[in-house]
Design a protein around this ligand. Sequence first.
Ligand SMILES: [Mg+2]
Length: 283
Amino acid sequence: MAAAHRLALPWGFRAGVAGVVKVVVGRLTGIETVLLDLDGTLYVGSQVVAGAPEAVRWLRDQGLTVRFCTNTDSIAPAALADRLARRGFPAAEEELVTPVAVAERLFASASQARVLAVAADEVRQLLDRFLAGPGTPATHVLVADPSYGATYDDLDAAFRALRAGAELVATQVNRIAARDDGEHLDTGGWVRLLEYATGSSARVLGKPSPEFFTAPLDALGRGAQSALVVGDDLAADIGGGHAVGAATVLVRSGKGDRPQLDAQAEPDAVIDSVADLPGLLRG
Ligand SMILES: [Mg+2]
């Protein structure tokens, strides 16, 4: 994209300024695939963003392919599809792109993965056939959402496995998880803790990893230049999408109306919420 077409994005804009702040129209034509973030974009905590189900329906009605690309790592993909349906976003499991599903594929493709998983029971059950048994040295340490109640002992076991040579794999490295009662510690802090203590660097499966965006596009036989990433996280969604060459739209729901660390990424457009996406794409 020509640098001249990119406009500065001052952080003075706040919700209440209706509609679109900035659009680089040329970037938003020829879109075939829309990669939608979930938390902060379609819903915030348990609250569905007003107009979001209608916006997703509109995208599908235009013949656009929708993929739900989330860093949600506390539940298995099937449960996430149920959650989406309950919230007004009927989605097939194959339309979901989650780091838990990526982890399952990664361990299936590794030869004889034996995984020590710092992860919720549901995620551990999904990965059951790969889990290292008692006394078996782990080949991988997976850190997923620790909010299930991970303890010092869990992290210490992970630390010891890493020191013994296991590879550190992180579902995602988000700093903040926004829930109904405000901000909480997300997976990233736990991953960084283990990196600090062991000197290792995690392989990150979720956003902003380039493969997270290109894998669903590869499966469709499409390139990133015809893809649009929509999300509320400047580093994970906008930075990640831009890095693979996709167009990006920041929504000001969720985290999108706050200054964010690692916020160098610049979206092609900013809208109040995903409900404004049809108007944006109609031009
Ligand atoms: Mg989000």
